[in-house]
Design a protein around this ligand. Structure first.
Ligand code: NAD
Length: 720
């Protein structure tokens, strides 16, 4: 089987078509590179020029990241050599037989992209002499590597910076910004956009008409100057100082890829092009051999994709949702109705009053309107999505549904009544969006507990990628398949967990918040707590998180948990802090007063000055101690969830932690983090922290792993 085919036409133009068998999207492998090079050599030898295109609707999705894992296994030198090989090959495309002195005699190589080109799928085009894309508004072009903990290392960094300058290239390299072909052309990433049916014709035409001067990249011409200025120019100086500060501010220094990228960019601009490629290769090798990138690639790419493709789906026929019922059109119900309608699913949206149901629909309208203003949504699309949502109070409208999600108040009695009314109206599978109540308990109100399941969306529904699917004791496989097929249609990531109070995500995030609150009660400076969390790469500190979710919700959960646990309730020290804040009316962001101060528009300012009066800052633990407390408390809860059978797959534990509550993404998730420090070290940290309370006692499973030197994952495929 071959990934590329070759065809030489009567005009002497060779067309190389990339079409990896058995895949919907082309990805590059080591064998693929070798094959492509052989065909490029052939074209350079016998053709007037070459058109490189794809036989699929898209050009290419990128490098097969499993290949990167294999490269890592070979060790540092092998990685560096492998990358330099890629540089050599892409440079061959770029020079295409040119005489290095006269810059003449090259054969034109044009890339004709029918659709999406990401990562190496854009780095190869960047090495070609011209990039022509089909006008396909769904296509995305760019370099998203930074999002999985690496950076463009096949010349993408060096070429894009040389093409656009550091400032203009920054959003594409440092944030992984992707553009449609039209916008990519407008911003100078590609050269031409043509109607899809003209793509190959236009590419061949360009090859036949290309002159010697069309084939010399600006950086290969005499007197080339970096757009926007080199580092030692007044503009360049400002760019790099600013970029350095911005990257440190954004990454807190825990993402090696961002810093390595900046280093490659900076050093690369000081030296000739071919040396810059070596600099890029050296920086990329460093990142690839860093455990952070391996862990991020594993969780955020390989395992996330496996879960999205249904790794945990029961092997049952398709259960795609045709008509979705949503009962309760509040914050969550309205959000669910929007994402479903946006994904092409018809939605019946019910609330107690017509007005409330309509309000739920207007939430969708609000999101679509914003999209319209940002030109991400067309007026037709807006109308189409809204037409799919039918707001009503009439339960009989649920009859055609095959899935109904209940998102009414978090009150078992209200949920029980609504469950009965839904089941009387339809034979659909019934899901609850509860965030705290055990599913098996709620299922007691159901006549069909086998068809009753938890589908826990996170807020805001349109932004959060994770959906937690919870099996009650009696939930049958068909309900799980139905829930997973809904999540797939919504393009979100599912994890499937077993039933227990708080399921998985909330079970881990609440101890994180509580640990922050305990430290406040102990007299640890709040700024130290918040900054320690941010320096760990947590998106928000525990106190800010309380403000975001509101103090009253914290009080409510604390009271309900205490009622359920009785004497065993361990969090009184936490409640004391929450209740004191509630007494002061500092209910969080929505009250514009919480652990933080807010201005009248609701913008968060500094930590509230009054905290020091309520809790004098008498303690000054060192930073690592505070960080260990904040990270270990979450990781231990993840291990306990695994031990208790709530989690049944560590991949879900890691992916769910990053997507669900932002657990330090650089670590790859709690299980990846524990593997990285090793179970023995983890137990040692726990043994030290246990002086603070039994919550830090290491589970026996972790002690057993420490004794055996065992890991949660099979060893990462890498050499030291
Ligand atoms: P909400 O108060 O914003 O909305 C609840 C809606 O249910 C209201 O519109 C209300 O009118 C409606 N309702 C109440 N009783 C009803 C009945 N008998 N028949 C029809 N409609 C009725 O609440 P929310 O924040 O959207 O939460 C809904 C559910 O989602 C809860 O179970 C909650 O635990 C869960 N949840 C909330 C969040 C969150 O961050 N808010 C996150 C995940 C899950």
């Amino acid at each position: 089987m071959t990934d590329f085919t070759y065809d030489l036409d009567a005009d002497g133009v060779a067309t190389i078509t990339w079409d990896v068998p058995g895949r919907s999207m082309n990805v590059m492998s080591m064998a693929g590179f070798a094959e492509l090079e052989a065909l490029i050599d052939r074209g350079l030898a016998e053709a007037k020029g070459i058109v490189l295109t794809s036989g699929k609707k898209d050009f290419a999705g990128g490098m097969d990241l499993n290949v990167l894992a294999q490269m890592q296994a070979g060790g540092t030198q092998a990685v560096f050599d492998g990358i330099m090989e890629t540089h050599r090959f892409l440079r061959k495309i770029e020079r295409a037989g040119m005489d290095p002195k006269t810059l003449k005699g090259a054969k034109p190589i044009v890339c004709a992209m029918p659709g999406t080109g990401l990562g190496i799928g854009f780095e190869i085009p960047l090495a070609c002499h011209r990039i022509i894309a089909a006008d396909n508004p769904k296509a995305k072009i760019g370099l998203p590597e930074i999002l999985v903990g690496i950076f463009p290392g096949a010349g993408g960094t060096t070429r894009l910076i040389r093409k656009m300058g550091v400032m203009l290239a920054a959003p594409f390299l440092m944030e992984g910004k992707l553009l449609s072909p039209k916008l990519a052309k407008a911003e100078g990433l590609i050269d031409e956009v043509v109607p899809p049916e003209d793509l190959l014709k236009r590419a061949r035409e360009w090859v036949l008409g290309a002159k010697d001067t069309d084939l010399v990249k600006p950086w290969d011409q005499k007197g080339y100057k970096l757009p926007g200025g080199a580092p030692y120019s007044p503009q360049g100086f400002q760019t790099f100082v600013g970029a350095n500060a911005m990257i440190l501010g954004k990454t807190q220094g825990v993402y090696p890829a961002a810093q390595a990228l900046l280093q490659a960019a900076y050093e690369g601009t000081l030296v000739p092009f071919d040396t810059a490629l070596r600099v890029e290769a050296r920086a990329f090798t460093g990142v690839l051999m860093d455990p952070t990138s391996s862990a991020m690639i594993r969780s955020l790419f390989i395992n996330k994709e496996a879960l999205e493709k249904g790794a945990r789906r029961p092997a049952l026929p398709d259960e795609s949702v045709k008509v979705l019922g949503v009962v309760g059109a509040g914050m969550m119900g309205a959000g669910i109705a929007y994402v479903a309608a946006n994904a092409g699913i018809d939605v019946i949206l019910i609330d107690a009053t017509q007005e409330a149901a309509e309000r739920g629909k207007s939430h969708a309208e609000g999101i679509l309107e914003k999209g319209l203003q940002r030109r991400k949504v067309t007026p037709e699309k807006k109308a189409e999505v809204l037409a799919r949502i039918t707001p009503t109070t009439d339960y009989t409208a649920l009859a055609p549904c095959d899935l109904v999600i209940e998102a009414v108040f978090e009150d078992p009695a209200v949920k029980a009544e609504v469950t009965a009314r839904i089941e009387a109206a339809t034979g659909a599978i019934l899901a609850t969006n509860t965030s705290t109540l055990p599913i098996s308990g709620l299922a007691k109100a159901s006549q069909r507990p086998g068809q009753y399941i938890g589908i826990h969306f996170f807020s805001p529904v349109d932004k959060m990628a994770l959906v937690e699917i919870i099996r009650g004791k009696k939930t049958e496989d068909r309900a799980v398949a139905k829930a997973m097929d809904l999540v797939r249609a919504l393009k979100k990531t599912p994890i499937v967990v077993n039933d227990a109070r708080f399921f998985y995500a909330n079970r881990c995030i609440i101890p994180y918040i509580n640990e922050g609150l305990r430290m406040v009660a102990e007299g640890v400076p709040p700024a130290l707590i918040e900054n320690a969390a941010k320096l760990l790469g947590m998106p928000v500190g525990p106190l800010q998180l309380v403000d975001e979710t509101s103090i009253d919700l914290g009080v409510k959960i604390a009271k309900a948990t205490k009622a359920a646990m009785g004497e065993a309730y361990p969090d009184s020290a936490v409640d004391e802090v929450l209740f004191k804040m509630a007494d002061q009316g500092r209910m969080g962001r929505k009250a514009k007063a919480g652990f933080y101060a807010y201005d009248e528009t609701g913008k968060r300012l500094d930590l509230w000055e009054g905290l020091g009066t309520l809790w004098p800052e008498t303690q000054s633990p060192d930073l690592p101690t505070v960080q260990h407390r904040l990270l270990m408390i979450q990781a231990l809860e993840a291990v306990r969830a695994l031990d208790a059978g709530v989690l049944t797959d560590i991949r879900e534990g890691d992916v769910g932690a990053i997507l669900g509550w932002g657990f330090a993404p650089w670590s790859g998730g709690p299980f990846s983090w524990l593997d990285r420090i090793g179970a023995a070290k983890a137990v040692e940290i726990c043994d030290t922290l246990t002086a603070l309370g039994p919550r830090f006692q290491a589970p026996q499973s972790l002690r057993d792993m420490a004794a055996k030197g065992a890991l949660f994952y099979a060893p990462l495929a890498r050499a030291a």
